[in-house]
Design a protein around this ligand. Structure first.
Ligand code: NAI
Length: 779
C-alpha cells in the first residue's frame, strides 16, 4: 500500500465532545424546568419531555406554560420595561456587553447543550451558532450605546412577545432578544417545544450579566403557549417559523395596534452559471442544504444549474454527497447530524416518498439508527413540481436546469417565497446584474448562508416582512416618540335640503394606467360643498376598478429601474405643474373643506420637492461584516403599494403618500379621501402633464370601506397602507394575511400632515425593502 493509498482510504476516527458539563447543568436543575419569570425560575407546572433526537433519550422535562403563566410573564415585563428604557444607552450597552462576554465564557456548555437538544453537529453549534450569538450581543451593545445620538426621536415599543423555532434555538433567541433589549423594550420569549434548553440556560446567564428582573422572561411550551403570547397584552410580536403559523399570527394581531415582524419559510434558489467555479459551487451546496440537516429557512434548497454544465455538476455533487459523514452530532468529525424530531423526519420522508417525478439520488453513506435522513438530490424536476415549490426543511436538494440568465431569474422568482438566493458565477458583471432582479431579501454571490449582526436578514413575499440585524433590525423595535392623538372622522358634506344646480356638472374620472377611466359600476355620487354647492360627481369605484389599477401598476415595472435622478426629475416636474395651478387647487380645497386651501397647496409642493430630493439620497449601505468582502444593503422598492389616503388633508395627504412611494420606485394605487375626493381627481391632470410613465400612479375613487378589502387582499399588491378611517386598520391588516404583504396602518392615530410626522424617513422605510447582497472576494 502506498502512502497515497493510505491517505485515500483513511477514515476518520470518532472525536466526541464530552457532554458531562451539560448533563451536570441539567442535573443541577433536577432535569425539570419551570418558566423564567421576573428574574427567577417558577415551579414547574405540567411538563413534557425534551429529547436528544440523535439517541431518543430524554434530556429534561419542560413546563407547558399556560395562558396564566404568559399573563404573569407579560405583567413582569410590563413592570420592568419603563425602568429599563429609562437607563442610558450606555447603561444598557454595559448589560448587553456582559451578555456577550458571558456567552463566550459559557460557549462550550451552550454549544453542547444545543447539540444535545437539537441534533445539529457540534462543529456547527460551536463555530457558527454560539459564535454568532456572541457577535450579536456585542454588536447590539454598540447599537444601544449609539441609539440616542443616531436615532433621535425614537422610542421603544414596550413589551415584545417573541416566538422562535427549533432550527437555531439560541441564535434565533439572540436575533430577537438583542435588538429588543438594546432599544429599551422588555421581552417575553417562547422557544420552540423541541428545543427549550439553551433559552433556559441563557435566562440563567442573563441574571449573571445583571439584566434586571422582568426585562427578559422565558415561557416554554408548544403552539398553544405561542398562541397565548400572541393574544397577550404585548406591543409587538416577532415571529420566526412556518408561513402557516405566520399567517395565523398576522390575522390574530390585526387591528390591535401592535407591531409585527415575520420571518417565515423559503425555497431559496441556488443558481449556478456555467462560468462558475464548479468545485466551490459544489462545496457551497454542502453549506447551503446540508448545513443543519437542511433545516434552515434560507437553505439553498432549489438548485438551478445552467444546462451546459448540469451533468458534470450533478456528478461532482453526488460524489461529494457520498463523502458526507452522518452520525453522532457530538462527534467533531460529523458533517450531518440528526433531524430535530421524529415528527420532522416523518414530514421529510413523506414529502420525498410522495414524489414520483425526476430522479432521486441518496448519498451512499452509512445511515445511523434513529432520527437521521440521508443527503438527497432530486434532479430533473419541473419548475412547477411540488418539491420545487414547497419547503421540505430537510437535507433534500431539488434541481432543474436553465439556459439563459433571463430564464434563471424567471425560474428563481417563480416561488411564493422570497427569502434568500445564491448566485455562482465568475463574471461579476453577470452576478451583479442578476442580484437586484431576484425576489429575495438576501443574496449571496459565490457564497451561501453568510450571516452577521451588522447585516439585515429577512424576506419578502410569503417569507414574511421585517429585517433582523443592522440598524434596520433595531428600527423594528422602535417607533417615533410622539404623543398619540385620536383620529377624528371626516364625513362628506351632507346633501343640502335644496340643492343648488352647478354651473356645469362634471363627473371626475378615475385614473388608471395613465388614462382617465370610468367606474366599472357606472355609478357616481355627488360631492357637496360645506354650504350646499354641488361641486361635481365622483365615480364609485369597485373591485374591478381596483384590479384594473393593480394590473396597470404592475405594467409600470420599468419605473423601479429608472434612476433616482430620473425619478427626482419627474417629481420636480409634478411640483412645477402643481405650482402653476396652485390657485385653482387652493380654490378647490376651499370649496370642499371650507378651509384655507393655499397653505395646503404650498405644503404639497414642498412635499414633492422633499421626495424629489430624497429620490437619489435614501442611500443603502456597505455593511461592516467580518468577512473579506462586502455586504451591500440596497433599498429596493416594495413593488406595488396600495394606499388609502387620509381625509384630514385631501391633497397634501394624497401627495404625502404617493411621493415617497414613487420616489423609491414603487407603482401605486391610491384611494383618495372619501369626504373630499376632488383634489385627487384634479391632480391626475397634473400627473398627466409631468412625464410620469403610465401606471406608476393610479387613482380609484370610491368608498374606502368597500375598496380596502380588495386592495389589502390582492395577491399582486406588495404593501398596503391605510391612513383612512380608524376602523379600516383591522380590516387591512387581516386581509393582508393572504399573501403576507407588508401593511402600515394608522390604528386610529391622527398624523399632522403639515408637520414632521407627514414626511421623511419613516415613509421612505415603508416604501422600501432592504436587500442585503453579500459579495465575498479574494482567494
Ligand atoms: P411552527 O411554525 O409551527 O413553529 C415555530 C414556533 O411557533 C414554535 O415555537 C411553535 O411552538 C410556535 N407556534 C406554533 N403554533 C403557533 C401558534 N398558533 N401561535 C403562536 N405560535 C405558534 O413550525 P414547526 O411546526 O415547528 O415546523 C413546521 C414547518 O415549518 C417546518 O417543516 C418548516 O417547513 C417550517 N419552519 C420554518 C422555520 C423558519 O426558520 N422559517 C423554522 C421552523 C419551521
Amino acid at each position: 500500500m502506498t502512502v497515497r493509498d493510505i491517505f485515500e482510504t483513511m477514515s476518520y476516527g470518532p472525536a466526541p465532545e464530552s457532554d458531562a458539563e451539560a448533563q451536570a447543568w441539567l442535573e443541577k436543575h433536577d432535569r425539570r424546568f419551570g418558566n423564567f419569570i421576573d428574574g427567577a425560575f417558577t415551579k414547574p407546572g405540567a411538563t413534557f419531555a425534551t429529547r436528544n433526537p440523535a439517541t431518543g433519550h430524554e434530556l429534561a422535562q419542560v413546563t407547558q406554560a399556560t395562558a396564566e403563566d404568559v399573563t404573569a410573564a407579560v405583567a413582569a415585563a410590563r413592570k420592568a420595561q419603563p425602568k429599563w428604557a429609562g437607563l442610558s444607552g450606555h447603561q444598557r450597552a454595559k448589560v448587553l456587553y456582559a451578555l456577550a462576554r458571558l456567552v463566550q465564557k459559557h460557549a462550550r456548555l451552550l454549544a453542547v447543550l444545543e447539540t444535545l437538544d437539537n441534533g445539529k453537529p457540534i462543529r456547527e453549534s460551536r463555530d457558527i451558532d454560539v459564535a454568532l450569538v456572541a457577535r450579536h450581543f456585542y454588536y447590539h451593545a454598540g447599537l444601544a450605546q449609539l441609539l440616542a445620538s443616531e436615532q433621535p426621536g425614537m422610542a421603544p415599543l414596550g413589551v415584545c412577545g417573541q416566538i422562535i423555532p427549533w432550527n437555531f434555538p439560541l441564535l434565533m433567541l439572540a436575533w430577537k432578544v438583542a435588538p429588543a433589549l438594546a432599544a429599551g423594550n422588555s421581552v417575553v420569549l417562547k422557544p420552540a417545544e423541541y428545543t427549550s434548553l439553551t433559552a433556559l440556560l441563557f435566562a440563567e446567564i442573563s441574571r449573571e450579566a445583571g439584566l434586571p428582573p422582568g426585562v427578559l422572561n422565558i415561557v416554554t411550551g408548544d403552539g398553544a403557549t405561542g398562541a397565548a403570547l400572541v393574544e397577550a397584552e404585548v406591543d409587538k410580536i416577532a415571529f420566526t417559523g412556518s408561513t402557516e403559523v405566520g399567517r395565523r399570527i398576522r390575522t390574530a394581531t390585526a387591528g390591535r395596534g401592535i407591531a409585527l415582524t415575520l420571518e417565515l419559510g423559503g425555497k431559496s434558489p441556488y443558481i449556478v452559471f456555467e462560468d462558475a467555479d464548479i468545485d466551490s459551487a459544489v462545496e457551497g451546496l454542502v453549506d447551503a442544504i446540508w448545513f443543519n440537516q437542511g433545516q434552515v429557512c434560507c437553505a439553498g434548497s432549489r438548485l438551478l444549474v445552467q444546462e451546459g454544465i448540469a451533468e458534470r455538476f450533478h456528478d461532482k455533487l453526488k460524489r461529494r454527497m457520498d463523502g458526507l459523514r452522518l452520525g453522532d452530532p457530538l462527534d467533531k468529525c460529523i458533517d450531518v447530524g440528526a433531524v430535530v424530531d421524529p415528527v420532522q423526519l416523518k414530514t421529510i420522508t413523506e414529502m420525498v416518498d410522495g414524489n414520483t417525478e425526476g430522479e432521486t439520488y441518496r448519498a451512499e453513506t452509512a445511515l445511523p439508527e434513529g432520527c437521521f435522513y440521508p443527503p438527497t438530490l432530486i434532479t430533473g424536476l419541473e419548475p412547477s413540481s411540488r418539491l420545487m415549490q414547497e419547503e421540505i426543511f430537510g437535507p433534500v436538494l431539488v434541481s432543474t436546469t436553465f439556459r439563459t440568465p433571463a430564464e434563471a431569474v424567471a425560474l428563481a422568482n417563480s416561488s411564493r417565497y422570497g427569502l434568500a438566493a445564491s448566485i455562482w458565477s465568475e463574471n461579476i458583471n453577470l452576478a451583479l446584474d442578476i442580484a437586484p432582479k431576484l425576489a429575495a431579501g438576501v443574496v449571496w454571490v459565490n457564497g451561501t448562508n453568510m450571516f452577521d449582526a451588522a447585516a439585515g436578514f429577512g424576506g419578502i413575499r410569503e417569507s414574511g416582512f421585517g429585517r433582523e440585524g443592522g440598524w434596520e433590525g433595531l428600527l423594528a423595535y422602535l417607533e417615533p416618540d410622539a404623543k398619540a392623538r385620536a383620529l377624528k372622522p371626516v364625513a362628506p358634506n351632507p346633501e343640502p335640503a335644496t340643492p343648488q344646480a352647478p354651473a356645469l356638472d362634471r363627473t371626475a374620472k378615475m385614473y388608471v394606467g395613465g388614462k382617465q377611466a370610468r367606474p366599472d359600476s357606472g355609478y357616481s355620487r355627488p360631492v357637496w360643498g360645506p354650504k350646499g354647492a354641488l361641486l361635481g360627481h365622483v365615480g364609485e369605484g369597485n373591485r374591478k376598478d381596483i384590479r384594473n389599477a393593480v394590473e396597470a401598476a404592475h405594467k409600470a415595472g420599468g419605473w423601479a429601474r429608472a434612476s433616482g435622478h430620473n425619478r427626482a426629475q419627474v417629481l420636480y416636474y409634478i411640483a412645477e405643474n402643481l405650482s402653476a395651478r396652485a390657485g385653482e387647487f387652493a380654490a378647490r380645497l376651499q370649496a370642499m373643506t371650507g378651509g384655507q386651501g393655499e397653505a395646503e397647496v404650498e405644503a404639497a409642493i414642498a412635499r414633492l420637492f422633499a421626495y424629489a430630493a430624497w429620490a437619489d439620497k435614501f442611500d443603502g449601505a456597505a455593511k461592516s461584516v467580518p468577512i473579506r468582502g462586502i455586504a451591500l444593503a440596497m433599498n429596493q422598492p416594495c413593488g406595488v403599494i396600495g394606499a388609502l389616503c387620509p381625509d384630514e388633508a385631501p391633497l397634501l395627504g394624497l401627495i404625502s403618500v404617493m411621493a415617497p412611494a414613487i420616489a423609491m420606485g414603487n407603482a401605486c394605487v391610491l384611494v383618495p379621501s372619501f369626504a373630499h375626493p376632488l383634489a385627487a381627481t384634479d391632480f391626475y391632470q397634473v400627473l398627466d402633464t409631468s412625464d410620469l410613465p403610465a401606471g406608476v400612479v393610479n387613482i380609484v375613487t370610491g368608498d374606502p370601506a368597500d375598496l380596502a378589502k380588495t386592495l389589502a387582499g390582492h395577491m399582486d399588491v406588495d404593501a398596503v397602507w391605510s391612513f383612512s378611517s380608524a376602523d379600516l386598520s383591522a380590516l387591512v391588516e387581516r386581509e393582508s394575511a393572504g399573501n403576507l404583504k407588508r401593511s402600515w396602518v394608522n390604528n386610529g392615530r391622527a398624523r399632522d400632515w403639515f408637520g414632521a410626522e407627514g414626511e421623511g424617513r419613516e415613509f421612505l422605510r415603508q416604501a422600501t425593502e432592504v436587500k442585503t447582497v453579500w459579495v465575498p472576494y479574494g482567494e
